[in-house]
Ligand binder design. Structure first.
Ligand code: ZN
Length: 234
């Protein structure tokens, strides 16, 4: 990844074996140019310049969506999402597990918060989503893989930065733990989207056609993720 600047626009370039270049606004608001190996730097600069108003417009939209980003406080009653539903937090004194979902409440070990380090509380949630996600997403993957007609090798749920999921050339799939905060229907869309990348690496019409075969209303789910994605955090 190479950092570049064109007038007031800072962006990063990542080159790969793709046919065409495009520009995307990442989940953290950074600008990324995805380019083929062969395209010269000047062509990329020209493209950024030509797309200047598109970039401004999309950055403004990104700011609007992220204005609703939630700043969590780890105190009693605070809501946390799991599979699209909000569960209130209950701080408990005697619990062996750091975090449990019990009787409609997220029960968090009080010590984790008392020590004042919210990192420990965040980690407890992350670990919870990773362990539940490994089971559930594997199950969804096993359900959808035959429908898409592919056979992924393995799956991993972890921190993935700006991506909801990724697909490696050896057939391993990774999913962001934050997927587990979204409703099941959205997780299914992310799973099918990733499986369809086994057929097509880029987001061409042929790719979306594959997604459409399995999830005909994928457009609504894709839009839900675009609008609500920033709110999925702990
Ligand atoms: Zn994709």
């Amino acid at each position: 990844m190479i950092a570049k600047q064109k007038n007031d626009i800072s962006y990063q370039v990542v080159r790969s074996r793709r046919a065409t270049a495009d520009i995307v606004i990442e989940r953290d608001g950074s600008i990324l140019v995805r380019a083929p190996e062969s395209i010269p730097d000047e062509r990329i600069e020209d493209m950024v310049e030509a797309k200047r108003y598109w970039i401004y417009k999309n950055l403004a939209e990104w700011r609007d969506l992220n204005a609703t980003r939630v700043l969590r406080e780890y105190r009693n009653g605070e809501g946390f999402l799991y599979l699209g539903r909000s569960y209130r937090l209950l701080l408990v004194a005697n619990q062996t597990e750091p975090l449990l979902l019990k009787n409609g409440r997220f029960c968090l070990q009080r010590d984790l918060v008392d020590e004042g380090a919210i990192e420990a509380a965040k980690t407890a949630f992350r670990d919870y989503y990773i362990s539940r996600g490994s089971e559930r997403i594997t199950q969804r993957l096993n359900y959808y893989a035959p429908k898409v007609g592919v056979a992924p090798h393995g799956i991993d749920v972890r921190e993935l930065g700006n991506r909801w999921a990724s697909c490696s050339p050896n057939g391993n799939l990774a999913f962001h733990w934050k997927c587990m905060m979204a409703p099941q229907s959205i997780i299914d869309y992310i799973v099918v989207h990733e499986l369809c990348h086994f057929h097509h690496l880029d987001h061409t019409d042929a790719f979306w056609n594959e997604v459409d075969k399995v999830i005909p209303n994928y457009g609504e789910r894709k839009e839900w993720l675009r609008v609500n994605g920033a709110g999925l955090d702990v």
